[in-house]
Design a protein around this ligand. Structure first.
Ligand code: GLV
Ligand code: MG
Length: 298
């Protein structure tokens, strides 16, 4: 699954839900958690149920996820009761702190899928946003085959450490460890790493780009978007550039020629290249082809 941008949509707004399918985001995250006040959770659940029923049989370009309320809130079972429907691709589980959180959630989803005759497996994306979540990351990531990605929530993570995101250093070095460990652990289990919702002002597009680029450098494959105006910037950061694609093609050609002559290494654009560069170049092409296919350009 391509998950470069994942747009949060407060699920208590029918207007925003309806509008989201027009956005060029890879995934829509209908939010039942922190953007919905407690008194409106029930309304938001009905909106999601109606929305999924309306979609049935009409494929949309975006993957559809719901951010439910966390295991500790007592709201999770009711959330899942409403939202486990055909047309739902996955669940974002906020404040995931242990593999038990995942297992409990999966058990409820499995029962609902079986009762409702849903044959497509609903995926899970744990949102790691506490010290415990980071400490238990390995077991969370390996807990279940439905976990396709691991995501990071920096606002709650900092709050858990007794800090506020408004005090964050410009280079965000306080977040380097959680980001690194999330990216590496996700990769170890063949999952995608998804970066935190942007912490700055909605209008600060340069700040958003810098934050997304820093995450991409650490191996993240996507980032949550808190506003539709962020989608394009995020998609671009997590899409190989034309230059990178051309270079990948050049490396593949040069390396294959070298191999056909019985060589294991050669040079391309002044650099030594061997199997590692070839494999990386193949990955870049695979990714761009998947993206193009998704965007209907093939
Ligand atoms: C997201 O939920 C965050 O806490 O950053
Ligand atoms: Mg949070």
């Amino acid at each position: 699954m391509i998950l470069r941008s994942l747009l949060f949509v407060p699920a208590n707004s029918w207007r925003m839900i309806k509008r989201s399918v027009k956005e060029k985001t890879d995934a829509i995250i209908l939010d039942l958690e922190d953007s919905v006040p407690i008194g409106e959770k029930e309304t938001a659940r009905w909106f999601i149920k109606d929305f999924l029923e309306d979609l049935r049989g009409k494929p949309v370009d975006q993957s559809i996820f719901v951010r439910v309320n966390s295991v500790g809130t007592g709201l999770l079972s009711d959330d899942l009761e409403f939202i486990v429907q055909r047309g739902l691709d996955g669940v974002v589980l906020p404040k995931t702190e242990s593999s038990e959180d995942i297992k409990r959630t999966v058990r409820i989803i499995e029962d609902l899928e079986a009762n409702r005759g849903i044959d497509k497996r609903i995926f899970l994306i744990p949102l790691i946003e506490s010290a415990r979540g980071i400490a238990n990351l390995k077991e969370i990531s390996a807990s279940n085959g439905r976990v396709i990605a691991i995501s990071f929530g920096a606002a709650d993570f900092l709050r858990d450490l007794g800090k506020s995101y408004v005090e964050l250093s410009d280079n965000q070095y306080e977040l380097l460890y959680p980001r690194s460990i999330i990216s590496i652990t996700a990769r170890a289990n063949d999952q995608l790493a998804i970066d935190t919702p942007f912490l700055g002002l909605i209008i600060d597009k340069d700040g958003l780009k810098r934050e997304a680029e820093a995450a991409s450098k650490l191996g993240f494959k996507g980032k949550f978007a808190v506003h539709p105006s962020h989608i394009e910037i995020i998609n671009k950061v997590f899409t190989p550039t034309e230059k990178e694609v051309e270079e990948a093609k050049g490396i593949i050609k040069a390396y294959e020629e070298a191999v056909s002559k019985g060589l294991g290494a050669t040079t391309y654009a002044g650099r030594m290249i061997d199997e590692v560069h070839y494999k990386q170049a193949k990955k870049t092409l695979e990714l761009i082809n998947q993206i193009k296919k998704k965007e209907g350009k093939m």
